[in-house]
Design a protein around this ligand. Structure first.
Ligand SMILES: Cc1ncc(COP(=O)(O)O)c(C=O)c1O
Length: 340
């Protein structure tokens, strides 16, 4: 199978698995796991924050951050297509008791002025706007990279209004590799930010959330409360450290492969539009005269190629460590075959 469904589908390489054998471990809940502590220090520095916390997943990073930044009844501003709204099973409502205030961006990216108009006036009738979240890169926006000036302006207008800011950095390192802008420069001005190890970085588990020392102390209490605290987590952290050492620069290969796939799809019949491709995600829409997305994806599966359905006529393809140019050729051949 050539699996282009998501960059979460990568399997740890042998070298990554071997890194575990050397890991010195201890009880994470007691801050006694040196490998996990080293990973947290490394990510805090990478993101320019005071401290960091190791968590099992990116979803838990988002949900804990929202819980720390808000109180029940508050409102959180996000882009409508973001992961927090669409793919976390209502976590902000269930875990933090907050309302989401979705704003419509273009390819997942919104304007500082939209934040300003979404902020609630001070009124006893209205929820209090407490947090603004951005997603870098914007997954449903086709892996779009935020312009640096815009993301900084978002942080600045929120700060001026006394509102906290959070960055879902599931693919922040893709943005960093693509733009040449350091991760800490992207995260500058945001109160919390995290990166995921189980996406393009190729580790099986793990994400690290960073922020101020006080924010991370509060995040630890929630992690403990919801059962996210671990024991000898260095076994996992060792693979994440390996990923930081070996799998960051190569994200450029994923971006090149995605661009080459998108160019071929763009030129093919039966395709109405391809979202601009900046990183490792290709999202395209089938034209009315083509079969629908479910039929195409089922047929491609028969050829041993997995891609994702993201709408009646919308398909998503993601490149990563475990797919290469030969796999991309197989994908394009299969797709063209079922489109013709
Ligand atoms: C933008 C974004 N945020 C958050 C997540 C959640 O990450 P995890 O799967 O590690 O919970 C994902 C997962 O695909 C994602 O794409």
């Amino acid at each position: 199978m050539y699996d282009f469904y998501s960059d979460t589908k990568t399997k740890p390489t042998m070298a990554m698995r071997e890194a575990v054998l050397q890991a010195i471990v201890g009880d994470e809940q007691k801050d006694e796991d040196p490998t996990t502590l080293a990973l947290c220090d490394r990510v805090a520095a990478l993101l320019g924050k005071q401290a960091a916390i190791f968590l099992p997943s990116g979803t838990m990073c988002n949900e804990i951050a929202i819980r720390v930044h808000t109180r029940p009844g508050d409102e959180v501003i996000c882009e409508r297509s973001c992961h927090i709204i669409g793919f976390e099973t209502g976590g902000p409502a269930a875990i933090s008791g907050v309302m989401m205030h979705p704003i419509d961006g273009i390819n997942g990216i919104f304007e500082p002025e939209q934040v300003l108009s979404a902020i609630r006036p001070n009124s006893r009738y209205m929820p209090e706007t407490r947090l603004v979240c951005v997603e870098q890169t914007a997954n449903m926006g086709g892996g779009a990279v935020w312009p640096l000036e815009k993301i900084r302006k978002i942080a600045a207008v929120a700060k001026d209004a006394g509102i906290a800011t959070h960055m879902d950095g599931a693919r922040l390192l893709n943005a960093s590799v693509k733009s040449g802008v350091l991760a800490k420069e992207w995260a500058d001005g945001f109160d919390s930010c995290w990166i995921d190890f189980s996406k393009g970085l190729g580790a099986p588990v793990g994400a690290v959330l960073a922020g101020s020392t006080e924010f991370i102390a509060r995040a630890w209490r929630i992690k403990q409360q919801i059962g996210g605290a671990m024991r000898q987590s260095g076994i996992l952290a060792a693979m994440c450290l390996y990923a930081l050492d070996n799998h960051v620069e190569r994200l450029a290969d994923d971006h090149r492969l995605a661009t080459s796939i998108a160019e071929r799809i763009f030129a093919s019949k039966g395709v109405e539009a391809v979202m601009p491709v900046e990183t490792n995600i290709v999202i395209f829409d089938l034209s009315r005269d083509a079969p629908d997305a479910n039929s195409i994806v089922d047929s491609m599966q028969g050829d041993g190629v997995l891609v994702g359905v993201f709408g009646e006529r919308r398909i998503r393809i993601v490149t990563h460590l475990d797919v290469d140019p030969a796999a991309a050729d197989a994908l394009c051949a299969s797709l063209m075959n079922h489109l013709s």
